[in-house]
Design a protein around this ligand. Sequence first.
Ligand SMILES: Nc1ncnc2c1ncn2[C@@H]1O[C@H](COP(=O)(O)OP(=O)(O)O)[C@@H](O)[C@H]1O
Ligand SMILES: [Mg+2]
Length: 420
Amino acid sequence: MVEPRKCTVEPGGMLGRFKLGAVIGSGAMGTVFTATDPDLGRTVAVKVLHDEHARPRLLREAKAMARLSHPNVVPVHEIGTGEPVFIVMELVGGGTVRQWLAEPRSLAEITAVFEQAGRGLAAAHAAGLVHRDFKPENILRGDDGRVRVVDFGLVANRGEREEPAVSDGSPLDLALTHTGLVLGTPAYMAPEQHRGEVADARSDQFGFAVAFYEALYGERPFAGTTYREMVRNVYAGKVRPPREDRAVPPQVRAALLRALSVNPAERYSSLDALLDEVTRPPAPAPAPAVDPVRPPARGSTRWIAAAIAVLAIAGAAVFAATRGGDDTSHASESRASTTSRPPPSAPVPTPTEVARPGAPLAKPPAQPAQALATPTDKKPVAARKPRIAAPPPATAPAPAPAPTVDDAAERRRKQLELTE
Ligand SMILES: Nc1ncnc2c1ncn2[C@@H]1O[C@H](COP(=O)(O)OP(=O)(O)O)[C@@H](O)[C@H]1O
Ligand SMILES: [Mg+2]
């Protein structure tokens, strides 16, 4: 059970038509209760401000959420503009990702959760919004495993300049400035946010990378026990060396380091691009037996079929050769018409070559083997030559040969014989 801070309403109280239940969470800005909506007969989550001074912020948050409709962003149902101001939203039952990470999780599980959260954050970017407070406490997991981004309390429209994120008086950094310790949100802020510059989607990308890194390695990328120490490392782009007990793929680490670049221009152009990189299946190890183009099983079946066909031809040729030259050519020719005999110069794979799981499988099959394995295949042209060279059909009349000098003499001789 989370203790509400400075909240003007209590569990069991009424807020408009909503009857408040237990407190389910509390952040720097507000307290969140379960509540029942008697009109619609459903349970919802209601966020109430700790401090009425932040009223414009809550209204802004509600408007931002209402602009978004994405499976990975918590939907807002309505807003209460009286006093206190409150947001009514979908109740997400599975707790925060911070709580979820208290148990050991696999690389695949963590990646799946952060991919979803990242897609939700990217949807906000697509709507022209910058979240500016992305962290594990602001990612919720439903009981169904679906992830939702919450807490758009620091949201800004793209390009909008606001007060520096680290400033005295802002609830976000109160704990920090009072104790001098690195607490909460500053640990997820991009260098430009620390400097009070305009944050954009690339600043969210930085925060996302800090949170994802922390989930994978069990520690944040920038060391430091005080704010000052940590920020020095952030400004210097000095990321801790990887922990040896965490098997994070090099490709994922490289992508996170790029997203953690000090210079926003060196980060990914979009969060989606980062997500595509961290979820891309790792490049396969160079295994010589695997044909990168065709599935190996199919490829090897073709080669075996080719080998059998070659053996059959070779056997028939040897058999025919023992019966004389004319018969040999005839035997070969008749098979060529159905199996596309390879040109004599082409190398024919031997059965041992076919069976060997080595170079021949990695290379595309040579023409004759392809033709042998696939009788209907129109290639290669050389193998079809015998058909092209076949004699013309009997119905085609042969052109009459032009009369020669000898023919004319013979005709004259015959005419003389007749007249005699
Ligand atoms: N829709 C929700 N469903 C369930 N729990 C929520 C919901 N929204 C917020 N919470 C819980 O309340 C906490 C504080 O909410 P949040 O919006 O982050 O407030 P703050 O702006 O004060 O940080 C969250 O960390 C989470 O534990
Ligand atoms: Mg929060």
